[in-house]
Structure formats: C-alpha cells, structure tokens
Ligand binder design. Structure first.
Ligand code: UDP
Length: 494
C-alpha cells in the first residue's frame, strides 16, 4: 500500500437490500485494504435511516461531519421518490420504475454536492454499481467517471441474461414453454433450470427492465466484477471475457465462513448488515449436537412460505427424526392463514428434536461442525457461504436466479440434490425425506461431502494473497489508481 499519496475516492451505488449491500461492503473492505482508497456507499434514504436506527453487533456506526460511517466505509443517501413510510415491497415493479426515474438526477446531485463540500470535498475516480441500479451507469457516463458493476449473481446468470437480452439464443416462449437452451459455455439447460425472469410467465417486469439494462449497458462499463471465483465458473468467465472485462473477485462472504469463527475474533474485515437481530441461542444448541448431524433449513430474507409449504417441510423434518435448525422469519407467521397455529404446534411437537428461530447469524451456523446439510432456497449469497464452508445442500429453489443456482450446485459443482415438485406444483413430504436421507447418509452423501470439501479449499485459496480473486482485486485497484488522475467531471451547465 502506498502511503502519503492523496486518497482515491470510489463511489458504490447499491440497491438497498441485504443481499446487494453485503457483497458491496465486503468488496469495499478489500479495496480499502489494498490501497489508499476511501469508499463511499450511496444508497436510498430509507435504507440510510434503517442503518442509523440499527443497533447491530457487527456494525459500528459513528457520525461525523454529518456522514454515517460503518467500519471505515462512508454512507451517503439519495431520495428514491417515495415517503419514508411507504411500503416498498408492496409493488416491486412500481418501486423499481420510480427509482429508475428519479434515481439518476438524485444521484447526480449527490455526487456534485459531495464534490463541492466545504469541509472535505470528494471527487470520485470510479463508480461501482450493482445490477438493480443500472441507471447509475448513465450518471457515471454523464459525468465521465469510469464505471464498474459488481455482479452479485453467478457469472452463469450474466451469460444467460446477456444471451437473452441481446437475442443471441432461443429461449422458452408462451407457444414453446418447455424448450431447453444451449449456450456455448454451459450444459443444456431445461426451462426449469433457467432464471424465472427469462420465462414467459415472469411476474417481475421491473426486474426484467433493470437486468436488461445492466447487461446491455456493458459498453459503458469498464469492468464487471463478479461475486464468484474463476475456478468455480472457469468456462463461463472465459466465454464472457469476449464481451466484457470480467474479473471474478469472490467469494465476498463473511470472514467467519472462510476462516472459521475461532480465527475471526477482533477481525476488522467483518463488515455486513443484518436485517434482523440474530437469535444466538441456536449456536449454543448446535454445540449439543454431533458432528455433521444437523439439517439447517432457511429460505433467505425474501421468500415467505405458504401454510401448506410450512406443513410439508415441518412434517418431513419430524418424520426424518434428525436434529434440525429452521429459520422462519417473523413475517412468515402471519403471511398466510393458519401459519402461526401450525408453527406453534410444530414448536411444541419438536422441542426435543430441533430448534426454530426467526433469524440467525448464518455465517456462524454454517461454519459449525455439527451441520450436516443445508435445505436452501439457493440465494447466491447463501450458496457462496455454503461453498466456503463445504456443506452439502438440498436445493429448494423458488424464483429469479435460484433455479439456475440449484442447477449449478447440484449438477455442476456436485454438492447436493435438488427437490422436484409433484404434479400439483408442490414439493412433497416424501420427496424432502428421500433427499434428506441421500444427502445425509450413504455413498452419495460421501461423494457430496468430498466435493464440498474440494470447493471449500478452492474458495479459501482464491482469496489469500496471490489467489485468483485476490489478484483480480489488485488488478482492478491498480487500474483505478492509474486512471484516477485523468478523471475530470463533466458537469452540465444549464
Ligand atoms: N441470512 C442470515 N440469517 C438467516 C438467514 C439468512 O444472516 O437467518 C443471510 C445469509 O447468510 C445470506 C443472506 O441472508 O447472506 C441471504 O442472501 P441470499 O442471497 O442467500 O438470499 P436472499 O435473501 O437474497 O433471497
């Protein structure tokens, strides 16, 4: 690291969810550790308020000069076009559309006001965007600031979307919904392996628009940084390199899962936001269980299960008679009729067998030696955390990238089995029980564990000094430093 040189400022613009923010924050930490770089993360006002109110054990917040700073990363905010008390989840399409309309001007004004701040003006040498704020790239172009995008899904998804939005391949249509897709760098993908966004019945049109812009706007993006690692998606990274300067810089996961909790005490690299307060009693409970024995069940921060789905999973867990830890979010108790009654009955019935919590420190849970497998919705953050700890999976994907992530985890990385729905479109009790037995016991369980252990080693090798992701981050930092002196804002004069 070069000392004495003026600080280089980098601006990150992130969609305000935990799954987008956390990889951004971890990348920010990496950049700051490699050079005299100060990262500022700009997000929506509502999320900024949430951060201010939050009292999270792994987040240290201080305010100085009216700037919120978390673990050395500065936070700034811009309005998203809605009042603070508006329920942004009530209509994601409306939300994304409005954000895309008002976001560019509000972000532009923020950047200009930071550059003219009387006390400590900031001029950014690079803007790093995330996929659901593709309009931030246009702001970077307008101001002539070099732009990168942190792609927070597997590179495979970038390849699929790139092909889909640029019409490079055929995809399922209303007339031909079951067609399978062959992309140059991937095995044949059935419709059930594709992200729901490219299917004819895709309900989230707002996301469609954002992703389309994100992958079509690549000419304006100098670097695509991917939260994955080269060894994990070699062929796809090679293929995408023909279109974009792609650098895999992951896994951007909590240090606990890469190093183990015993090596993380006082570790300043631990930066992340937790949406809800974790119930740490489950860690004590895990300690009472045998190695590789517990089934961990979680569906991430967004998916809400219906009462029927809750019952099916609950019955499968009871029937398999193994210890389990199940995360059922607070909101899931009231989201469908009868859910609370069932869960109360279930809690009582299984107090000797398992534990149900409303939220946990997933990094600590996954890295606990009592874990046997992870029954998961296959969100990419969870999958990278799982790969980093070497735990096999039972894949229960719902939508967006999750079906493709399930395909990768089970068929390409070889670390588990996918659950399939029956004729009614529901995954049944027997299907879950059957998969639990195969993944937990018998010859295939040994195979899955061995494969998971291989990936775990790989994940650790790529992030240490000289590993592929470490080198890619260093190359990116070197590029920013090299181009920084040439950056001159192109400010509109009206
Ligand atoms: N997570 C957590 N506690 C829980 C459940 C999930 O900390 O009880 C974290 C998990 O470690 C992951 C994130 O929430 O980092 C979920 O992100 P993912 O991409 O897997 O799914 P999403 O929530 O975006 O669907």
């Amino acid at each position: 690291m070069e000392h004495g040189a003026p600080k280089i400022n980098v601006l990150m613009v992130s969609f305000a969810t935990q799954g987008h923010m956390n990889p951004m924050l971890r990348l920010a930490k990496q950049l700051q550790s490699k050079a005299n770089i100060q990262v500022t993360l700009a997000t929506t006002e509502i999320f900024y308020h949430h951060l201010l109110k939050q009292n999270n054990h792994n987040v240290t917040t201080t305010t100085s000069n009216n700037t919120l700073s978390i673990s050395g990363i500065d936070f700034e905010s811009f309005p998203d076009g809605f009042d603070l008390d508006y329920d942004r989840k009530s209509n994601l399409n409306t939300y994304l559309d409005t954000l895309a309309k008002v976001g560019p001007t509000n972000l532009y004004n923020l950047i200009i006001s930071l550059s003219t701040n009387q006390i400590s003006p900031k001029k950014f040498s690079c803007i790093i965007t995330s996929p659901f704020v593709p309009w931030a790239t246009n702001v970077a172009v307008r101001l002539r600031i070099p732009c990168a995008m942190l792609w927070i899904q597997p590179c495979t998804l970038f390849a699929i979307y790139h092909s889909y939005y640029n019409n490079l391949n055929y995809f399922p249509t209303k007339e031909n919904p079951h067609i399978s897709v062959k992309l140059p760098c991937l095995p044949l993908l059935e419709a059930s392996d594709l992200p729901s966004i490219v299917l004819p019945e895709n309900p989230i049109t707002g996301m469609n628009e954002s992703l389309s812009q994100a992958v079509k706007n690549v000419d304006n993006i100098r670097w695509v940084l991917a939260n994955s690692f080269y060894e994990l998606e070699k062929e796809v990274v090679e293929y995408l390199s023909k279109f974009v300067d792609i650098k895999a810089v992951g896994p951007l996961v909590p240090p606990t899962v890469l190093l183990g909790e015993e090596h993380c005490h006082g570790n300043d690299d631990h930066v992340g936001i937790n949406l809800w307060k974790p119930e740490d009693k489950c860690i004590d409970w895990l300690k009472q269980n045998k190695d590789n024995s517990v089934i961990y069940v979680s569906f991430g921060s967004v998916i809400m299960l219906s009462r029927e789905q809750l019952e099916i999973i609950g019955k499968a867990l009871i029937n398999c008679k193994r210890p389990f830890l199940w995360v059922v979010k607070e909101k899931n108790y009231s989201v469908s009729e009868g859910a609370r009654e069932f869960l109360e009955w279930f809690l009582d019935e299984t107090k000797e067998q398992g534990m149900v919590v409303k939220w946990c420190s997933q990094d600590k849970v996954l890295s606990h030696k009592s874990l046997g497998c992870f029954l998961t919705h296959c969100g990419w953050n969870s999958m990278l955390e799982t790969i980093s700890v070497g735990v096999p999976v039972i894949a229960y994907p719902f939508w967006t990238d999750q079906p493709t992530n399930a395909k990768l985890m089970c068929d390409l990385f070889g670390v588990g089995l996918r659950l399939w729905p029956n004729k009614d479109g529901l995954v049944g009790v027997e299907e879950i029980m059957k998969c639990i037995e195969v993944v937990m016991d018998g010859p295939r369980a040994v195979e899955f564990r061995a494969k998971a252990a291989e990936w775990k080693n790989n994940a650790r090798e790529v992030v240490v000094h000289g590993g592929s992701s470490d080198r890619n981050i260093q190359d990116f930092v070197d590029d920013i430093i090299q181009t920084s002196s040439a950056v001159k804002y192109n400010v509109d004069t009206e």
